[in-house]
Ligand binder design. Structure first.
Ligand SMILES: [Zn+2]
Length: 303
């Protein structure tokens, strides 16, 4: 009975389970795998970001590949289970390791690797450190993970045709990182925001706090039926689902400015800023202090 119930629930929620790798078809031909809300570890092997793929009439575009080759292989198997069409594109939404270290699993498919115009430089600058950290933190299971630099880059906007399905890729100004790319599927009005939107998981500032807040102002103008954040539950209400992140970033901005105005040291700011947000976010203790530090560095010399 329990097994039947599980099967029923699996079908009822549109989930397909392949060796513990859950997939959700959130709109026709759009498959999302939800990463867990944790730091990368030997247990989750970097399966902490939302990743997935989009199937056209001609071929498939993979969007982000997970935090290690192990996760990339699972995602690739999920593609193979879903369609016999070839994988023509692997799109990386930005440089962070949990989004790119599965790339090598797709090498033999010979896709075109796609990213923001600034992604190659970011990968070149950080790749060595990222690989060392991967080996150190996740262990031998991740062997074979590698940095694969995109050969097709997006400076402003780029359209990809998957056959009867057009994806619009947009390169943003510096926000979460300096190489954030979003993907919009016209057919289903699905906006793949990746790490420009965190829900549940605390937002992580690795680009520009002010830049991110200004980018966030543009999103409500985009008509979308489905939204995919980089971390947290897909399909938050739109555009209300932006509010929590926007609130957090605004608190960071105003309280760090206040701290600087009152000549507080970085350490004092780290100890006091944004604590009212603590209960609203998962992984607050892993990332919040780092966010305050980044914000302080950015705002210290502003006019
Ligand atoms: Zn990220």
């Amino acid at each position: 009975m329990r097994i039947l119930l599980c099967l029923f629930l699996a079908f009822a929620t549109g989930r397909a389970l392949a060796s513990g790798f859950a997939l959700n078809e959130i709109a026709p031909g759009i498959y999302v795998h939800r990463g867990v809300q944790e730091d990368s570890s030997p247990q989750n092997l970097g399966d902490i970001a939302n990743i997935g793929f989009i199937i056209g009439d001609k071929c498939v575009a993979v969007i982000d590949t997970g935090g290690s080759i192990v996760i990339g292989r699972k995602l690739r198997q999920a593609v193979v289970n879903a369609t016999r069409l070839p994988i023509c594109y692997v799109i990386n939404t930005h440089v962070h390791p949990d989004h790119i270290f599965g790339n090598a699993a797709f090498k033999d498919d010979h896709p075109v690797f796609v990213g923001h115009d600034k992604l190659p430089a970011a990968m070149a600058a950080r790749g060595g450190n990222y690989l060392n950290a991967l080996k150190r933190d996740l262990g031998a299971a991740t062997q074979g993970s590698e940095i694969i630099i995109p050969t097709l880059t997006v400076k402003d906007v780029l359209e990809l045709d998957l056959g009867g399905r057009r994806l619009t890729l947009k390169a943003w100004r510096t926000a979460h990182t300096d190489n954030d790319l979003t993907v919009f599927d016209e057919k289903t009005q699905t906006l793949w925001l990746s790490d420009l939107l965190f829900t549940e998981h605390i937002p992580v500032v690795d680009g520009s706090l002010k830049g991110w807040l200004s980018v966030l102002k543009e999103f409500p103008g985009i008509k979308a039926h489905h939204i995919i954040p980089g971390h947290g539950q897909p399909d938050p209400p739109w555009p209300q689902g932006l509010q929590a992140e926007s609130d957090y970033l605004n608190v960071l901005l105003s309280e760090v400015r206040e701290a600087i105005k009152h000549r507080q040291t970085l350490q004092q700011a780290v100890d006091t800023v944004g604590l009212s947000q603590r209960n609203r976010w998962l992984l607050f203790d892993s990332f919040h202090r780092r966010n305050v530090t980044a914000a302080y560095a950015e705002l210290e010399w502003e006019d």
